[in-house]
Write a protein that binds this ligand. Structure first.
Ligand SMILES: Nc1nc2c(c(=O)[nH]1)N[C@H]1C(S)=C(S)[C@@H](COP(=O)(O)OP(=O)(O)OC[C@H]3O[C@@H](n4cnc5c(N)ncnc54)[C@H](O)[C@@H]3O)O[C@H]1N2
Ligand code: MOO
Length: 392
């Protein structure tokens, strides 16, 4: 058995280099920027009015001013400032040359073509050219593009960006007991859920899942499943990873030439995890118990997808206070399904009394995985412990 840290390093070393594609901005949200984007604009491109009102010279405050023209957004005023004059101006309009204040119209009394300033206090109400960013401003590679990033790129006049191609992830669940949701299970059968859980986690990491037909517990059926995964960027198998007579993933993948990086990790749940490269595709073989499969996907599948897309998707370890005493840990790092509530300083974490790795109903209620290192001594209520958030 290797440690979780060693396993993660080995998994990440299997990730192929990210490949880029050019997409227009309306398709770029949530994608990973692979090449820096460089602004072709200065923003604002001109000194812009921040208010509806009158452009004046600060030196003229106290005088009655003559309104000589109008500047609206998209309709600049062609003239310049002169002593004793004002220009009617609207938000977003270029401030004509020579004016250095905009007085809000609420602070002005207008009489035909004349204005008197009733309240000269306040700021200039002018956004100077380049106040936001200048030509050449860069948005660096490696970020997941947010709504604000897309707006910024648009304002930079960068209509097309290079983002990482979404990894295509083949998901192969196997087991004679499995039927898809909606099918009436026969004797001894259950509904396959893991493939759908993993597909959700794959999507969360920004990749495209491709759920293959459920494989039977035969070498031929598994071989057909592996063949169907050709052309994917990553293959994730679920189940059949343990030592039972019908656990064939290890044998079939080895027969097909898997370069195995490791098998078995010192973690709980998720010990019978394997990883390697099959042909030129990285493969992760997840254990079949539903919670084990999900924990392995959170710890290993999501990070390798991120790496394949030029990104780092690491859930930070956060601190919380234990709600109840816990016994000493064994020789595997333990990820306990838990609930978080607010506390006076840190959140309070309450692990569920049952940690059975088959209990999906508890996984669905968990908002955190309490992480206990191998060999952790007994802990008391109130002790500070670490957790991974499942809710973001
Ligand atoms: N003698 C030993 N037995 C087991 C060991 C061990 O070390 N020695 N490890 C146990 C642990 S830990 C786990 S985890 C499981 C992993 O087993 P497999 O990866 O071989 O998974 P299966 O046997 O195929 O399935 C386990 C369990 O999960 C259910 N399952 C599988 N696939 C799905 C699916 N797509 N959707 C829903 N449920 C699924 C399956 O029906 C089984 O109940 O091995 C232990 N045994
Ligand atoms: O990985 Mo097994 O989960 O310990 O149930």
């Amino acid at each position: 058995m290797i440690s979780v840290e060693q396993a993660l390093a080995q998994v990440l070393s299997l990730a192929p280099a990210p490949r880029g594609e050019r997409v227009p901005l309306d398709q770029a949200w949530g994608r990973i920027l692979l090449e820096p984007a460089v602004s072709r604009m200065t923003q604002p491109p001109f000194d812009a009015s921040a208010m509806d009102g009158y452009a004046i010279r600060a030196a003229d405050i106290g005088q009655t001013l003559r309104v000589v023209g109008e500047a609206a957004a998209g309709h600049p005023y062609a003239g310049k400032a002169a002593p004793g004059v004002a220009v009617r101006i609207f938000t977003g309009a270029p401030v004509p040359a020579g004016f250095d204040r905009v007085i809000m119209q609420e602070n002005v009394a207008r009489d035909a073509d004349s204005i008197t300033i009733t309240d000269p206090s306040g700021t200039a109400n002018i956004r100077p050219a380049g106040d936001d960013f200048r030509e050449g401003h860069r948005l660096e590679a490696g970020r997941k593009l947010s709504a604000a990033d897309i707006a910024l790129l648009a304002a930079m006049n960068v209509p097309v960006v290079t983002v990482a191609r979404r990894a295509r992830v083949a998901i192969l669940a196997g087991g004679d007991e499995l039927v898809p949701p909606g099918v009436a299970p026969g004797p001894g059968q259950i509904i396959s859920s893991n493939d759908l859980a993993i597909a959700g986690l794959v999507r969360q990491a920004g990749a495209d899942p491709h759920i293959l037909p459920i494989a039977r517990d035969t070498e031929d059926s598994l071989r057909a499943g592996f063949a169907a995964a050709q052309g994917s960027d990553l293959l994730v198998t679920i189940g059949g990873a343990s030592v039972g007579d019908h656990d064939l993933i290890g044998k079939v993948s080895a027969d097909l030439g898997l370069q195995r990086a490791f098998y078995r990790v010192a973690m709980r749940p998720g010990k019978p995890l394997m990883a390697g490269t099959l042909g030129d595709i990285p493969m992760l073989g997840l254990p079949g118990n539903p919670v084990s499969a999900m924990v392995c996907a959170i710890l290993f599948v999501q990070p390798i997808i991120a790496a394949t897309q030029g990104w780092s998707f690491e859930r930070p370890l956060r601190k919380a206070r234990l709600a109840a005493d816990l016994p000493a840990e064994g020789n595997r790092q333990h990820y306990l399904r838990a609930r978080l509530t607010d506390g006076p300083d840190l959140p309070v974490i309450q692990p569920f009394p049952s940690q059975d790795s088959a209990r999906l109903s508890l996984m669905a209620q968990a908002d955190a995985l309490l992480v206990r290192p191998a060999g952790d001594p007994p802990r008391l209520a109130g002790d500070i412990v670490e957790y991974l958030s499942l809710t973001g």
